[in-house]
Design a protein around this ligand. Structure first.
Ligand SMILES: Cc1cc2nc3c(=O)[nH]c(=O)nc-3n(C[C@H](O)[C@H](O)[C@H](O)COP(=O)(O)O)c2cc1C
Length: 224
């Protein structure tokens, strides 16, 4: 499919058909995804595709713990703000109440999604250059997430939808033990994958270019 179309229509998919994704489809997607960049070409990323129902059920149980706490708090905050301003979820965050409800349905059904791909990374093989700046280090992720996003796009190209999640990273020790993930690997994301129950959207909600890109100076938005 067209690259631009894939980039613009690859949402956090909340509803899946039960059909399994064939192994060859995953293989093709991984084969394309692996060409992403990484510091020093050290290739720290590993993927584990989980389809086993018992393992997914355990992952779903863990996922529900942080999700349900987050959801309750987000809904309460949204209602408070709505009461105050009359505006639904009038926050800087742009998840609408409908998208929160869909994310909650997704969480409730976590065990039933066809596959959960655990993206792992050997952090010793990343090259973080920002660890001494007195703030959260972000550069190491640059050796991991481009390949994860490549995978989501490569799956989109195969008609497979995905949802990028990170809440399960809270349970990294338990997840590693459950899945036999090697000691040296960290869990970077858990990508739910399967055929979408509804057609892919044609447009996602994002800030316009002028709000996120600037030319030479931050008081000069990139416009045409
Ligand atoms: C770093 C990161 C972490 C995320 N973690 C979760 C998660 O744990 N659970 C979840 O339901 N969605 C998660 N998402 C999905 C986001 O909610 C989603 O990308 C965002 O709301 C935009 O959705 P859209 O592409 O459908 O418009 C995560 C996305 C990113 C990039």
């Amino acid at each position: 499919m067209d690259l631009i179309e894939a980039m613009r229509s690859q949402p956090a998919n909340r509803y899946y058909k039960p059909d399994p994704v064939p192994t060859e489809v995953f293989h093709r997607a991984m084969d394309n995804a692996r060409f992403g960049p990484q510091g020093g070409n050290r290739q720290p990323v590993r993927f584990l595709i989980v389809t086993d129902p018992a393992k997914k059920a355990q992952l779903a149980e863990w996922y529900w713990i942080p999700w349900s706490a987050y959801y309750e708090q987000a809904i309460a905050a949204g209602e408070a703000m709505q009461a105050e301003s009359g505006d639904v979820m009038a926050t800087k965050a742009v998840m609408t109440k409908a998208s929160m409800v869909a994310a909650n349905d997704f969480a409730e059904n976590f065990a039933n999604h066809p596959a959960i791909i655990v993206a792992c990374a050997d952090l010793a093989e990343t090259h973080p250059t920002d660890t001494d700046l007195g703030r959260l280090s972000i550069v190491g992720g640059g050796s991991v997430y481009p390949i994860v996003q490549n995978l989501c796009l490569a799956l989109r190209n195969e008609g497979v939808a995905t949802t990028f999640t990170t809440l399960l990273c809270l349970f990294e020790p338990q997840v590693k033990e459950l899945l036999g993930i090697p000691e040296e690997l960290a869990t970077a994301a858990h990508i739910v994958a399967g055929y979408p129950a509804k057609p892919f959207p044609t447009k996602l909600t994002r800030h316009p270019v002028e709000e996120i890109a600037f030319l030479d100076s931050f008081d000069n938005p990139l416009t045409i």
